[in-house]
Design a binder for this molecule. Structure first.
Ligand SMILES: [Mg+2]
Length: 157
């Protein structure tokens, strides 16, 4: 594993970053790639500087697996944005494969591996438990204990 600040990355696998809504804002839903989303762009740069294989994976790239298959006009369009906002040209792909370690995407719903529960569901339940803890500490404590058990059962603690 490689470290960039507090994050660890597997140098033998690749990390996919979606474009619209992830590394660039997506208000107009058009062909133009919009403004950079600074935290994601910064993360992508840090990982790249640390030697991690960061790639763009986007619906814009259809079923194309590698840079070689992607039409020049599409590559140029994406890489011009990368030149201005990332300062490097990552590989481009339209597909996941077995060497992809992680996907950063605004539409993905991350699932706890092999458990059938999404982190989004868990975050909402944890937020409700915290809210209850503030409003009614007795009930909130019981709810927090229930959530702790659930998280242990999922292997998260
Ligand atoms: Mg998106």
């Amino acid at each position: 594993m490689k470290k960039t600040g507090t994050e660890e990355f597997n140098p033998y696998r690749w990390y996919g970053f979606d474009v619209d809504g992830t590394i660039a804002t997506n208000h107009k839903h058009g062909w133009e790639i919009e403004e950079p989303v600074k935290p994601m762009v910064d993360l992508m740069r840090r990982m790249h500087r640390a030697g991690c294989d960061v790639r763009i994976i986007s619906g814009r790239l259809g079923d194309f697996r590698s840079d070689d298959e992607i039409p020049a006009s599409v590559k140029r369009h994406i890489w011009e944005w990368c030149d201005r906002n990332l300062g490097f040209r990552p590989k481009l792909t339209g597909r996941k494969d077995s060497m992809m370690e992680a996907l950063y995407d605004d539409r993905a719903r991350q699932v706890v591996c092999n458990k059938g529960v999404t982190y989004e569901e868990l975050a909402k339940e944890l937020a409700k438990a915290l809210e209850l803890l503030v409003e009614d500490p007795g009930k909130g404590k019981r709810e927090a204990e229930t959530m702790l058990e659930k998280c242990r059962g999922l292997g998260l603690l």
